[in-house]
Design a protein around this ligand. Structure first.
Ligand SMILES: Nc1nc2c(ncn2[C@@H]2O[C@H](COP(=O)(O)OP(=O)(O)OP(=O)(O)O)[C@@H](O)[C@H]2O)c(=O)[nH]1
Ligand SMILES: [Mg+2]
Length: 403
């Protein structure tokens, strides 16, 4: 019996070449490298052979016979220019919008300049949205609320962009898969755009990408940006620093773990929504609302001229959603009139710029080989009490500054 074996290669190297895993013997043929697995019979023919298919450079894609012509041309065609990106985004071309965001999220240094060019041209068209951050304990119903509020807004003629900020997110982008199912109706709307958190990287990296994504979405014409924080910790503070209105979603009751999130985060919030106020839960939710309303009285307002309040609602039934939007609109009106809105945005941008400088300096310092060596030496000197902490710091900085 002749066993025909066809091995399908998976492109796993940067050049797009297909790599086959397993023991294979190389057989030369005219122009191509042909391989046969070790277990092939002595006089077996080409039916057992596999070939290494040359790929499209840096694409991660195999080219194959046809690829070297058509697929490669397709890929080249996809390398769109700065003006193509800009025009596409301004014309609300969702495909180009997604590609522009992918460009700014790219960690490939060769994409950096193009991305910054695109952003520079889009910047004058941005800034005209209301940016709303939504935080809260895991499972409080943030995504369900975004679905509910988002649908309500779309019906009113708004264009809604939804982003998540998750510094811990890895390549799998697991959370958004769940979110897309939570936001089932919203994700089908043409006036809605849902984008998961850029994966991996430092909080600084995720922050930069998210802020730049906001710029692009605003330039595309989205007038409400909803940003969900994922994970508990630093992301709340980060999201607060990029939004106008910050909403805390909580549920009735809650033990000590709720108290933990409450103290720090409550000082950042402009409103609290006690969610899941439906069915048997409604009464409990009202009591919790009163508790939080009292607690809010003793806190400094997160936004000058605005008193944060607690509300009840149900993301599931939609109860309380129009009222929540009314509160947000009222907030916008008041702080735009007082100038706090504009002031905060400028402050946020300046803080962002300085933060980027700090991050860059931090990375440069710790990646400097001379500094790395000096740190090892200084650790020894400190262990032996040979140097004071101040002199040690000065020495490291001098080493860093002298090139
Ligand atoms: N009864 C009721 N259930 C709700 C409501 N809102 C959300 N849920 C349910 O609560 C669960 C969690 O909802 P999500 O919207 O995923 O909550 P989340 O805060 O986004 O969760 P994470 O992103 O995992 O932190 C889901 O099973 C929802 O169906 C509500 O208003 N009432
Ligand atoms: Mg969620």
């Amino acid at each position: 019996m002749i066993l025909k074996q066809r091995i399908i290669g998976i492109p796993i190297n940067g050049n797009g070449n297909n790599i086959y895993i397993g023991n294979m013997k190389k057989r030369s043929s005219k122009n191509k490298s042909s391989y046969k697995p070790d277990w092939t019979p002595e006089n077996a023919g080409e039916e057992f052979a596999v070939r290494v298919v040359s790929g499209v450079k840096n694409s991660g894609l195999p080219a194959g016979k046809a690829g070297s012509s058509k697929k490669e041309t397709d890929l080249k065609r996809k390398q769109i220019s700065v003006d193509d990106y800009v025009d596409g985004v301004l014309k609300f071309d969702r495909n180009i919008l997604a590609q522009a965001i992918t460009l700014i999220e790219s960690n490939n240094p060769t994409h950096h300049n193009t991305a910054q060019e695109v952003l520079k041209k889009l910047l004058p068209h941005s800034g005209k949205s209301l940016r709303i951050g939504i935080t809260g304990v895991p499972g409080a119903g943030k995504s369900t609320l975004i679905e509910s509020l988002g649908m309500y807004l779309i019906k009113q003629g708004h264009k809604v962009a939804v982003l998540t900020v998750d510094p811990s997110s890895t390549v799998t982008k697991g959370s958004i898969l769940g979110d897309k199912t939570r936001m089932e109706n919203l994700s089908k709307e043409k006036n809605c755009f849902i984008r998961p958190s850029p994966s991996g990287g430092t909080l600084g990296g995720v922050t930069r990408k998210s802020r730049e994504t906001i710029t692009i979405c605003e330039a595309a014409g989205f007038d409400v940006i909803l940003i969900e924080t994922v994970g508990v910790g630093q992301s709340e503070v980060t999201v607060r620093s990029m939004v106008d209105f910050f909403l805390l979603v909580l549920i009735a009751g809650g033990g000590d773990e709720l108290q933990g999130i409450k103290r720090g985060i409550m000082e950042l919030t402009d409103a609290i929504l006690i969610n899941k106020a439906d069915g048997d839960n409604e009464k409990k939710a009202n009591i919790t609302k009163s508790d939080y309303s009292n607690a809010l009285h003793y806190l400094q307002p997160a936004t000058k001229g605005w008193t944060a309040q607690a509300f009840t609602g149900s993301a599931k039934t939609g109860k309380g959603i129009p009222e929540l939007w009314d509160v947000i609109k009222e907030f916008e009106k008041i702080i735009k009139l007082s100038g706090v809105f504009e002031h905060r945005r400028k402050d946020q941008t300046i803080a962002w710029v300085l933060r980027m400088v700090e991050d860059t300096l931090h990375d440069k310092f710790y990646n400097d080989e001379k500094v790395q060596k000096a740190i090892t030496t200084i650790k020894n000197e400190i262990a032996k009490d040979k140097i004071t902490p101040t002199l040690a710091a000065e020495k490291l900085l001098t080493i860093f500054k002298t090139k």
